[in-house]
Design a protein around this ligand. Structure first.
Ligand SMILES: Cc1cc2nc3c(=O)[nH]c(=O)nc-3n(C[C@H](O)[C@H](O)[C@H](O)COP(=O)(O)OP(=O)(O)OC[C@H]3O[C@@H](n4cnc5c(N)ncnc54)[C@H](O)[C@@H]3O)c2cc1C
Length: 451
């Protein structure tokens, strides 16, 4: 059977993300050119694609593996997120829920598998410690509503036997320097990534040894694909790659490949990073050199202090928009930068002389029923897409899972990823846009002070 398709849209990332910029230029990788033959073609160089490539090296040692990235590794969403690699589900099903504690336990153990995978890659590829740091996170509560949410969450963690510690306002200030939070819930299982450093180092590690059978090409978007018998042919502007099997690891762009049409929601969120703090500014701030706060209300701001190659900086992420075009413009980034600035000034009045140096936005892919877009979508083509906003862990699992499915290894990851319904169909486009925008605005309004 033959199949032939054009890829309808290529990714566009708006503005430079601080995480990547502070690292300085990365050594560039070649563009794909000419006729290339491979056993495996991975499309997409984010968490899913790089994890798939790594798992292939582990399972299929001598096979030839090619990875195509449309832009440059570290510039896409995988290098522009807030780096919280979280083990616990956002919502738990403990007391008061329909009761799916076993389901929660499974998700926690799979997320920890992803964390351990990242840790073992960090060790194997000798990444700087800041790339993957197991420092946990704090769920910060700004007001009574946030505090009530944290209390309910703590009760559910108790049921699950998961460690957590309540922090007073004074303890929050002691750890982070800010007096904004009236309490917090310390959740020690989160692993914090320097996301751009992690994906860059993954790519360097995968290609770094002469014995590695893997080639990574940058600035090499897949623009069309076809199948003739059991061979796939994927074209880029300058190359034609034939491969036995393809892993599609492009998150929401699965839709541009003609899969999961009208079933994926393309959402953006936005972040800003301060200039590096001087010694005097760090002394005024106080607290630990690295910490991460997630908001008790999921629509609130995530706030991080990170200390590493780029100095010591604070990163704020907030605001959500629904953008089926999968693109946003610079004006939007400038507008939301003002929200980041307000959130920063409110939390850190002692750093009045510190400016935001970088502001950016990035794509996420969600499904209405919060399920992945995973599986063998055509014979020999495997989708590792739709991470529902939790791509550091879920993307890692999807990439590993796609390879384990393709190599017919029956693993708990594959069993879990295959156990979900298909992503649910969206309503007609104008209704979907209006509905999603209203829901996002309302939830942001409700998050109030948490932003
Ligand atoms: C500001 C922000 C903060 C976030 N914070 C967090 C967080 O703290 N924790 C968390 O877990 N998640 C977070 N996320 C979400 C997370 O970044 C994504 O879920 C994750 O990047 C998805 O990983 P992925 O590998 O599936 O897709 P991506 O990272 O999007 O990688 C897919 C890659 O495919 C490439 N591609 C697309 N089309 C083609 C093509 N035709 N040819 C070749 N390559 C192509 C793209 O360029 C891209 O690099 C955040 C996102 C943003 C924007």
């Amino acid at each position: 059977m033959t199949l032939k398709r054009q890829i309808t849209k290529l990714p566009r990332d708006t503005a430079v993300a601080g995480w990547n910029a502070v690292l300085g230029p990365a050594p560039s990788r070649p563009e794909a050119e000419g006729d290339i033959k491979a056993d495996w073609l991975v499309i997409g160089g984010g968490f899913a694609g790089l994890s798939a490539a790594k798992r292939l090296c582990e399972l299929r040692g001598g096979d030839r593996i090619v990875l195509l990235e449309a832009g440059r590794i570290g510039e896409g969403p995988a290098g522009r997120n807030s780096g919280f690699m979280i083990d616990l589900p956002h919502e738990l099903s403990g007391d008061g829920y329909a009761g799916n504690i076993e389901g929660d336990r499974l998700q926690i153990s799979l997320n920890r598998h992803a964390q351990n995978f990242a840790r073992s890659c960090a060790a194997e590829y000798e990444m700087p410690a800041e790339a993957v740091s197991p420092i946990g996170r704090i769920n910060g509560a700004v007001n009574a509503r946030g505090e009530a949410h944290n209390n309910a969450y703590a009760a559910q963690l108790e049921t699950l036997g998961e460690p957590h510690t309540k922090l007073s306002a004074a303890e929050m200030t002691e750890m982070t320097g800010t007096g904004t939070y009236r309490s917090g819930l310390s959740l020690p299982g989160a692993v914090m990534l320097q996301p751009a450093l992690y994906v860059r180092e993954m790519a360097a590690g995968l290609t770094g040894r002469e014995t590695m059978p893997i080639s990574i090409y940058e600035a090499s978007p897949a623009t069309a694909f076809s199948r003739q018998g059991d061979t796939w042919k994927v074209t880029t502007p300058k190359a034609s790659i034939t491969a036995g099997k393809v892993v599609m690891a492009v998150n929401g762009h699965a839709e541009s490949f003609g899969f999961f049409r009208r079933r994926l929601m393309h959402v953006f969120t936005y972040a800003s990073m301060t200039a590096a703090l001087s010694g005097d500014q760090q002394a005024r701030l106080g607290g630990l050199p690295a910490w991460g706060i997630t908001p008790a209300d999921p629509m609130g701001s995530t706030v991080r202090r990170h200390t590493g190659i780029g100095g010591s900086r604070i990163v704020i992420r907030n605001r959500w928009t629904f953008d089926p075009s999968m693109e946003v413009d610079e004006a939007r980034i400038a507008r939301f930068r003002r929200d980041h600035d307000r959130a920063f000034r409110r939390r850190f009045p002692m750093l009045a002389d510190v400016d935001l140096e970088f502001s950016w936005g990035g794509r996420l892919c969600l499904s209405r029923n919060s399920v992945p877009a995973f599986g063998e979508v055509e014979p020999g083509m495997f989708s590792a897409c739709c991470q529902n906003g939790l791509g550091t862990a879920k993307g890692t699992l999807a990439g590993i899972g796609a390879v384990e499915l393709a190599t017919r290894s029956n693993s708990p990851i594959v069993q879990d990823l295959l156990s979900y319904d298909e992503p649910a169909k969206l309503p007609p486009a104008p209704i979907a846009r209006l509905g999603a925008t209203l829901v996002l605005r309302w939830r942001e309004w409700r998050a109030g002070a948490e932003i």
